[in-house]
Write a protein that binds this ligand. Structure first.
Ligand SMILES: [Zn+2]
Length: 344
């Protein structure tokens, strides 16, 4: 009796094994095929898709609108270098002393609805945002957390300042003096005033060095930063470029936008009054400027200040002097304060 039971049991067991093994083999092969497919799919993913994929896989990481990266052991909280090129809306995070495959083993996790593009390699993360954001970095339990704040979350008012021309685009050149250098010198003096002001104003510059952002980058920065106003600084020349008696200050705005109240025209008037008062220059009035790309394409109130004429000998001498550049900067600074007081 017992041996019969044993016989039946062993037969059943054999049958079970015979039936199960092909299934196991089949599922194993299927699984491997699926995994290979997934690997292949992952290989084709962009870094931004990988971020989504990895965040989806790590379901326990409930990060909300922030990014999170595990830092290499022993790396100090302040050693990760974060830079913000807000003209390009490009935020970079550089993690020192990590190998090429670091991000494969320690994937970036998290979400942001405002990332246009992501690139990761050799310890460097490049995040292209859809607008200007200020990255806020915190380090907790060996992880670096990145939050993205809008300028409006930080500042009461936001201003964009554009130094005309730059880099390979010098603007007018008179007696070896390049317009781009005068414009930048005035903007850098203005920056000193704005850096030391006690209002909570966020200021974004299209350039603070001898570079030439595109017209599109300049014109868009106002909207990208959510700015209350945009001021571009230039130095004038008469059309034929010859030295003449013609001198003075003028400000251009987009005459085709029929805004009321805090309009580009009103901003231009304020800039003109304050600049001519500070510099003691001749008031040449506000002028139509819709033919100029950055004026026409600005989505925020915009004024383009032509500080003085490089084609006038006396004014050119003044424009290259530190004293007059400081006066011009003071004029623009006063204009910004007055415009913001008026409700821009
Ligand atoms: Zn110019």
């Amino acid at each position: 009796m017992e041996s019969k039971v044993l016989k039946i049991a062993s037969l059943c067991l054999t049958a079970a094994i015979v039936i199960t093994i092909p299934f196991i083999c089949y599922y194993d092969a299927l699984n491997r095929r699926l995994q290979a497919g997934q690997e292949e799919e992952k290989g084709q993913m962009s870094d931004l898709q990988m971020l989504e994929y990895n965040t989806e896989q790590a379901r326990e990481a409930d990060l909300g609108q922030q990014l999170c990266l595990e830092l290499p052991e022993g790396l100090g909280a302040d050693e990760a270098v974060i830079e913000n090129d807000y003209v390009k809306q490009l935020i970079t995070v550089q993690i020192p002393r990590v190998g090429g495959d670091y991000f494969e083993e320690h994937p970036l996790l998290g979400r942001s609805n405002h990332i246009n593009d992501l690139y990761m390699a050799n310890g460097r993360i490049e995040i292209t945002m859809d607008a200007v954001y200020e990255p806020q970095c915190t380090v907790e339990d060996g992880c670096l957390y990145l939050d993205f704040l809008r300028p409006q979350d930080i500042y009461d008012k936001v201003v964009v300042i554009d130094a005309g021309h730059g880099g390979g685009a010098p603007g007018a050149i008179k007696q070896g003096v390049m317009e781009k250098d005068i414009n930048l010198a005035i903007v850098m003096r203005l920056k000193e005033l704005l850096d030391n002001n006690d209002r909570n104003i966020g200021v974004y510059y299209t350039r603070t060095e001898d570079v030439n952002p595109t017209f599109e980058q300049r014109a868009q920065l106002g909207a990208k930063a959510g700015a209350n106003l945009f001021i571009s600084i230039h130095s004038n020349s008469i059309e034929d470029g010859l030295t003449s008696a013609f001198n003075g200050t003028e400000v251009m705005y987009d005459e085709q936008k029929s805004e009321e109240g805090c309009s580009s025209k009103r901003l231009a008037q304020i800039c003109l009054e304050e600049a001519t008062a500070a510099m003691g220059s001749k008031n040449n009035g506000v002028k139509y400027g819709s033919s100029i790309y950055i004026i026409r394409n600005s989505e925020v109130p915009a004024a383009l200040l032509e500080v003085g004429f490089m084609t006038n000998q006396q004014e050119l001498d003044k424009l290259t002097s530190q004293e007059y550049q400081e006066k011009a900067a003071q004029g623009v600074y006063n204009a910004i304060c007055r415009a913001l007081d008026e409700g821009f």
